[in-house]
Design a protein around this ligand. Sequence first.
Ligand code: G4P
Length: 196
Amino acid sequence: MNMLKQAILQKGVVLSDGVLKVDSFLNHQIDPTLQVDIGNEFAKRFDEVEITKILTIESSGIAPALTTAIQLKVPVVFARKKKSLTLSSNLLTAQVYSFTKKETNEITVSRDFILEGDKVLIIDDFLANGEAALGLASLVEQARATVSGIGIVIEKSFQPGREKLQNAGYRVESLARIASLENNTVRFVEQLVTNN
Ligand code: G4P
């Protein structure tokens, strides 16, 4: 059992059939040792792919994006959910609807940091409905750059995010794939496969 899955099982709290709380190590308090392990694993999985930049979205995507970027020796850019005071023109923008929060955010990145020809690895902490990742991919494509792949720390495989991203032609690598949170229990996809 790897470090991430162990943390999910030991420290994650199932709030409902659809929501896993992981704020003691991923979403609020951050476990640096785990983040380094996550960065190493993403770097390994995308080892053979050309990557010139990592793109994530504030806030919880930044830590795993950074540890991955340290391994791959490329810069990290994070999309903002709120307009920055100093960032007002020359922007790439996309609308991202959150089914979880029932709100739409306009996400933005400066055109100075995603350039035509860039090969971009997208990293995010959660994959649920795929809207954030699709929004990030749209920013990359608006810049005439290429999405090299999408790395997700925790995928809720019972929601349609992975399928949407794959149908759009993107490679998705998720470090922990959760098949179900029913009955207050975390079940991983691999566990189901092994048990069958
Ligand atoms: P989507 O992008 O895949 O469509 O996901 P969705 O809109 O449903 O999720 C919106 C926010 O809720 C995202 O965080 C996402 O990471 C988070 N989220 C979704 N499902 C879960 C869950 O089961 N557990 C936890 N802990 N978070 C979940 P965000 O608002 O961008 O937060 P942050 O990055 O600023 O921390």
